[in-house]
Design a protein around this ligand. Structure first.
Ligand code: ADP
Length: 495
C-alpha cells in the first residue's frame, strides 16, 4: 500500500457505520388512560354524537393500532356546540378581564401539571417524538395560555383609545401537526378577548384537544365557553357554514383554506387563515456551517417535516455547497428514526398512511424529474407503523415539483446560488410566504436580506423558534392574519 493511500481519509459508509452507535432504549414509561370511546365536549360536558355521525377510530401511527373511537361530528352536533357557545357568550364577554384571566391562567397551570400525560398522549396519537411533545408542544401550549391570561385585563392598553369588544362565537379548525399547541394558539387569545369557541381538531389527532376540554371542565370554565367537536373535513365544513359563527380561524392546507375563504365570502364572518408553506433557508458562505446544518436539520427533519413553516427549500452559496451537502449527509445518517416514545428518537412516525403515501409520491416525482435523491439514513425501522427516512435532493431545478410544492415530510430540496440578489429572488419565487431562515455571520446582511424576504417570520441564525409574544402568520398563499403577540389579539376583538 502506498503511503498516500494509507493516510487518505477513509470515506464513511453512512448507512451502516454511523448508525452502529447504538443507544440503550430510553422508553417513556408514563402510562396514559384512554377511554374506549369519546363524545364531543359541548356545554361543559362530554356528550354522545347526535345526527347519525357515529364514531371512527383514532390510530397510533407508530403501531397502526386503534387507540379509541371518537365521534364524527354531524351538522346537528356542530349546531348544538354553536348554540352552547352562543348561550355562554354574554356572561363570558361580560366578565371583567381580570376574572377571565384567572380561568385562562388556571388552564395554563393545569396543562403544566398534566404535562407528561399530555406529551405522551400527543405522541401516541400523532406520532411525533416524545422529546418534541415534551419539550416543545406542551410547554409552548401552556406558555400561550399564560401569555394571554396577561392580556385579558389589558385589552384597553393593547388597543389604546378603543373599547375592544369580543367578536362573538369563534369556529376554530386545526390540523394534526401540533394538535394541542394549535388548540392553544386558537383558544387562548379568543378567550382572553371574551369570545366563546367551537374547536374542531384534526381527525387523526383529536385526543389532546379532548383532554384540554377535560381541563376546561376541571378548572371550572363556565359551560359552553369552550366546546370541542371532533370529526373530519365534513365537521369542519359544518362549523364554517354555521350561521351562528361570527369568526372562523383555520390552520391547515392551502387547498382547504381556499375552500373556506370561498364559503365565508359575503357572509360577514371574520376569517383568519394560516396555510401551507415552502419556506426557504439560505446559507451564505460566511455562515457558521455546523450551526447552519444543525438548524437546517431541525427545520425540516425534526417532527418528520410536519411543520407548516418547515425549511423545505435550502439555498446554499455555491462556494460552500459541497461542504454543506457533506455535513448534511453525516448529520442525517445519525438521526434516529423510530419509536416516538423512545426519548432518543429524532424522527417519529408519519401522522397517517395517507400522508406517508403523499410524501412517497413527491419523492418519486423528484427522482422522475431528474433530481438526485440522498437517502443515507440506515437506522432500522420498526415492522409496523408509518415511517419515512429523512432524505434530501440535490440537482434540483426551480421548476421541479419538490422545489415548488409543500411535501409536509422529512424531504429537503437543496439548491445553490451565487449572489445575495439571486438568493432573495429565488427564495421569494414561491406562491407561499410563511417563514424563512438566513444563516450568515454578517449583521448588515442579516437585516438587508430579512427585510427583502416575503415571509411572515424570518429566523436569523436559528430556525423554528416560537414564542407566544411573537406574531406568526403568512404572506400570499400562506394565509392572512397573525397568531400570537399583540397582533394576534386583533382578529378576536371588534374595535
Ligand atoms: P392537512 O393537509 O394539514 O391535513 P387539511 O387542510 O386537510 O390539512 O386539514 C386541516 C383541518 O381542516 C382538519 O381539522 C380537517 O378536518 C379540516 N378540514 C378539511 N376539509 C375541510 C373543509 N372543507 N372545511 C373545513 N374544514 C376542513
Amino acid at each position: 500500500m502506498t503511503r498516500q493511500a494509507a493516510s487518505a481519509p477513509r470515506r464513511l459508509d453512512f448507512a451502516t457505520e454511523l448508525t452502529r452507535w447504538e443507544y440503550a432504549a430510553a422508553p417513556e414509561t408514563t402510562k396514559v388512560e384512554i377511554a374506549p370511546r369519546y363524545g364531543h365536549f359541548i356545554g361543559g360536558e362530554f356528550v354522545g354524537p347526535i345526527g347519525g355521525g357515529g364514531h371512527f377510530a383514532s390510530v397510533n401511527p407508530a403501531t397502526e393500532q386503534p387507540l379509541c373511537e371518537v365521534a364524527q361530528g354531524s351538522e346537528a352536533d356542530v349546531d348544538a356546540a354553536v348554540r352552547a357557545a352562543r348561550d355562554a357568550l354574554p356572561a363570558w364577554a361580560g366578565l371583567p378581564g381580570k376574572e377571565r384571566a384567572k380561568y385562562i391562567y388556571r388552564i395554563a397551570r393545569r396543562i403544566q401539571e398534566r404535562a407528561r400525560e399530555l406529551a405522551v398522549l400527543e405522541t401516541i396519537d400523532g406520532g411525533k417524538p416524545i422529546r418534541e411533545s415534551r419539550d416543545v408542544d406542551i410547554p409552548l401550549a401552556a406558555a400561550h395560555f399564560f401569555y394571554h391570561a396577561g392580556w385579558a385585563d389589558k385589552l384597553g392598553f393593547a388597543f389604546a383609545g378603543h373599547e375592544p369588544k369580543p367578536v362573538g362565537v369563534c369556529g376554530q379548525i386545526i390540523p394534526w401537526n401540533f394538535p394541542l399547541l394549535m388548540a392553544a394558539w386558537k383558544l387562548a387569545p379568543a378567550l382572553a378577548c371574551g369570545n366563546t369557541c367551537v374547536l374542531k381538531p384534526a381527525e387523526t389527532t383529536p385526543l389532546t384537544a379532548l383532554r384540554l376540554a377535560e381541563i376546561c371542565a376541571e378548572v371550572g370554565l363556565p359551560p359552553g365557553v369552550v366546546n370541542v367537536v371532533t370529526g373530519d373535513g365534513r365537521t369542519g365544513a359544518a362549523v364554517v357554514n354555521h350561521p351562528g359563527v361570527d369568526k372562523i380561524a383555520f390552520t391547515g392546507s392551502t387547498e382547504v383554506g381556499k375552500k373556506i375563504a370561498a364559503a365565508v365570502a359575503g357572509t360577514g364572518k371574520r376569517l383568519t387563515l394560516e396555510l401551507g408553506g415552502k419556506s426557504p433557508n439560505i446559507i451564505f458562505e460566511d455562515a457558521s456551517i455546523d450551526q447552519a446544518v444543525e438548524g437546517i436539520v431541525e427545520g425540516i427533519y425534526f417532527n418528520q417535516g410536519h411543520v407548516c413553516c418547515a425549511g423545505s427549500r435550502l439555498f446554499v452559496q455555491e462556494s460552500v455547497l459541497d461542504e454543506v451537502v457533506e455535513k448534511l449527509r453525516i448529520r442525517m445518517a445519525s438521526l434516529r428514526v423510530g419509536d416516538p416514545l423512545d426519548k432518543n428518537t429524532d424522527i417519529g412516525a408519519i401522522n397517517s398512511m395517507q400522508q406517508l403515501a403523499t410524501i412517497r409520491r413527491y419523492v418519486e416525482a423528484g427522482v422522475a424529474e431528474g433530481a438526485r435523491l440522498h437517502e443515507v439514513n440506515g437506522h432500522p425501522l420498526p415492522d409496523r407503523g408509518y415511517w419515512c427516512r429523512p432524505s434530501f435532493f440535490t440537482g434540483v431545478q426551480p421548476s421541479h415539483v419538490v422545489a415548488r410544492e409543500e411535501i409536509f415530510g422529512p424531504v429537503l430540496a437543496v439548491m445553490s446560488f451565487r449572489t445575495p440578489e439571486e438568493a432573495i429572488t429565488r427564495a421569494n419565487n414561491t406562491p407561499y410566504g410563511l417563514a424563512a431562515g438566513v444563516w450568515t455571520d454578517k449583521g448588515s446582511k442579516i437585516f438587508e436580506i430579512a427585510r427583502r424576504l416575503k415571509a411572515g417570520v424570518v429566523w436569523l441564525n436559528t430556525y423554528n423558534k416560537f414564542d407566544p409574544a411573537s406574531p406568526f402568520g403568512g404572506f400570499k398563499e400562506s394565509g392572512f392574519g397573525r397568531e400570537g403577540g399583540l397582533q394576534g389579539l386583533r382578529s378576536y376583538v371588534q374595535l
